[in-house]
Design a protein around this ligand. Sequence first.
Ligand code: TTP
Ligand code: MG
Length: 584
Amino acid sequence: MPFKRPAPLPSQSESQSSSSANLLSGSSKRPRLSPPPGKALPNVKLFIVQAKLNTSAISELFGLAEQHAKRLCNKPEDADVIVTAIGMRRRLERHIPWELAKHKAVVTPQWLRDSVKNGSSLPYDNYIAIQDLQDTIVQNCPECNCKPCACSPSSTSSYASSSLRHSQESLASATSATSPPTAIPAYLLPPSPPLETDITKLDYTSRYACQRASPLVCPNQALVHELDIIRQSRALEGEVRSALSYARAVSALKAYPHKITSMKQVEKLPYIGTKITGLVEEFIDGGHINEAETIRSSVRFQALSLFSSIYGIGPTTAQRLYDLGLRSLDELEVYYGVDSKTQTSIDSGIVEVEKESKRRHAKDEGDEGLGDTWIKIALGLREDLAIKIPRDEVEEMGRVVMRELDQLEHGCVSTIVGGYRRGKPESSDVDMVFTHPDASKIKGLCKRVVQRLHEGGMVSHVMHLSGFHAHNPLRTTHWDSLEKSLTVFILPPSSTFYRGTRRRLDLIFSPPELYWTAVVGWSGSIMFQRDLRQWAKDKHGMKFDSSGITRRYDSKVFFPKTEKEVFDLFELEWIDPTLRNADA
Ligand code: TTP
Ligand code: MG
């Protein structure tokens, strides 16, 4: 889990409610809904709880309420229906007194969206925001005369998006209940509803991962895991070319949409050469690959993997440590003079390391050299840093950082990128890309927010990477000139999601015109990015990295205004982040 570096999202609770509405509705009985001509909710007085909603969701819901409801109320007591993304009673009570909530219909935002699409109020029972209110909501149903509710699940519908879709919206600094919505320019907000991927236009036989749909878990995941062990071993031994060949094969298999049971199926796939064909065949026959088994049980592989799980330790350092006779992390601690029990060497306050990031990604480029400082920090914190971060905590971290940032500079937007954005249920770290509509506000903001988080006890360690300078189109290496900080973060104990675990949090600040390029670059996965760069170069003579897109022959720089425009610029079909999992 590298110490490395970034969409967000309204709430888990909203997502959950939406998903359950989906389950209940049953697709076969889904009525056709079409946008209504007049007001959809002429008798409904609505109140919207802004907490846990991002700016785009707030403006969308306010728009729907203003256009379709009898009234959008300023006070919950004046409303019949309360729309909220909050899913827990305790949290709701911070905004609405429980006694009041019991006399209202408290529903998820999806109820409003679906009712508007339906042209009239839908029954509440599939959109209950707080389960404790289930009984009272049915009684409080003002529109559909259900006392008791006559609406059966089969008569309801759901346009609920998946939880992932909800979670991919950008965070804007007006996410806190206290801040008013900010006028964020539409181009900095994700499209609502999110764009759909047209799988039929993608091609799993393409040589470029950016033309293939790669789900998080594919039908051949076990095979992919076996091959990835061999890839890891090659990478740890410094056999870069061989490791890349395996990474490419894995990436191609990741996009193959059927379970592989015969070699005929893989004939058309790219990057499956003679050696890998043999391994696939072995897997089809026996369900495993001998070489992968041998690697797994090798002491050397185990030690090298263990060492390189510490951020800052790459293959070369791992091999050197192994050659010194070290085998365990305890031995590494002794070697580096770290005491993880007392953490004395690392808790001395904020550790700042300035570093020009010559290489953007240590993992990708096989670079190390972040110095012993980070190795010591990562070793000292290894127990915490080894624990994966569930999605709800990732989202909370996003909200907390945005709240603090809002105090420094109102009007910022951000997207949680990396594995979270691709739908991973748990992440090794949290990566966030930020911007502000006013480019002049960005410079120095990264350091300021990190300082503030440190003063608030949330950031204990930080390494600032790279100065903030303009994208240099003549650079030949892929480095990213964005201002960023790699930090160790812990949620404040007052947070609902506080688990007392320190987390890796990477903050990347981009000028507004580079925001979507940075979001694409940092959303991953690694092979998806690699092939996007390759595609840009091969097919368009362009250089792409997360800090800029440049045409090589005349150095013209491009500034896509939306994430989709990045794809359009390269004449690629849109691929949702959840289908960009082109690595194992
Ligand atoms: P990571 O945070 O290393 O990876 P991740 O977020 O995909 O997965 P997790 O944190 O859960 O392990 O990197 C964030 C993104 O940065 C990654 O998705 C794509 C990009 N990246 C590269 O393009 N090349 C690299 O070598 C690395 C490390 C990241
Ligand atoms: Mg990550």
